[in-house]
Design a protein around this ligand. Structure first.
Ligand code: C5P
Length: 223
């Protein structure tokens, strides 16, 4: 079984996907975490001069020499590079600022597509991202698109970030999210869009549990 959940940053899709993975006992792949892990490698291996000068040849060589996997721990899945979980290192604002630039590069997307298809060839999955129902698995059994207003999403993201970055302001978070939305929606390869036949859910006035319940009811009544 393949369940796809797409949507913009901080729409709640990863938290929802995590719960869906537990309910159906299937693998959760947070595809944004793959792009973040690649951005983490790009920073650590000095592939980035600035946003418009990134050494993709070097970066592609580096990621091909690494193994990016999702490790199960207490019923949730965390991203790992060569077996080392890097979850806590990929959510900071430096990576958030650069990730949508790196994710717009074709050689990087081609590589991520291989990882995504490999995982799903061995497991039932719920995968969240931007292009999962449109490009990665256009024939998935169940496709969802979760959205929320920019105000609500900025507030959610700021609440998460201020735990680690005490001087972050909600205005800066909103600016970064809008920039990322713009990059993700307007890039030429695999832009963020509502996939054909996806069920659209607006999560503005809904808790994660409300959205999860809606998805579970839909899947059970359509299986
Ligand atoms: O989901 P998250 O906000 O962690 O994703 C980080 C970035 O990774 C997005 O802003 C987007 O640029 C990229 N991404 C993508 N395609 C996906 C998932 C994420 O381009 N399927």
């Amino acid at each position: 079984m393949i369940i796809t959940i797409d949507g913009p940053s901080s729409s709640g899709k990863s938290s929802v996907a995590k719960e869906i993975s537990k309910i159906f006992d299937i693998v959760h792949v947070d595809s944004g975490a793959i792009y973040r892990a690649i951005t983490f490698l790009a920073i650590n291996f000095n592939c980035i001069e600035n946003e418009s000068n990134i050494n993709y040849k070097l970066l592609t060589d580096i990621i091909q020499s690494k193994k990016i996997t999702f490790e199960k721990n207490n019923s949730s899945y965390s991203i790992a590079i060569d077996g080392v979980v890097v979850e806590s290192k990929i959510r900071n604002s430096r990576i958030s600022k650069l990730v949508s630039v790196i994710a717009a590069e074709k050689s990087i997307r081609d590589y991520v597509l291989i990882i995504q298809h490999q995982i799903a060839s061995r497991n039932s999955v719920v995968m969240d991202g931007r292009d999962i129902g449109s490009v990665v698995f256009p024939n998935a059994e169940y496709k969802f698109y979760i959205d929320a207003s920019i105000k609500e999403r900025s507030h959610r993201r700021w609440t998460e970030l201020k735990e680690y970055e005490s001087n972050i302001t909600i205005e800066n978070v909103e600016k970064d999210l809008m920039k990322r939305d713009f990059n993700d929606t307007n890039r030429s390869i695999s832009p963020l869009k509502i996939p054909e036949n996806a069920v659209i859910i607006n999560s503005d006035d809904k808790s994660i549990k409300n959205v999860v319940d809606e998805i579970v009811v839909f899947i059970k009544s359509n299986s």
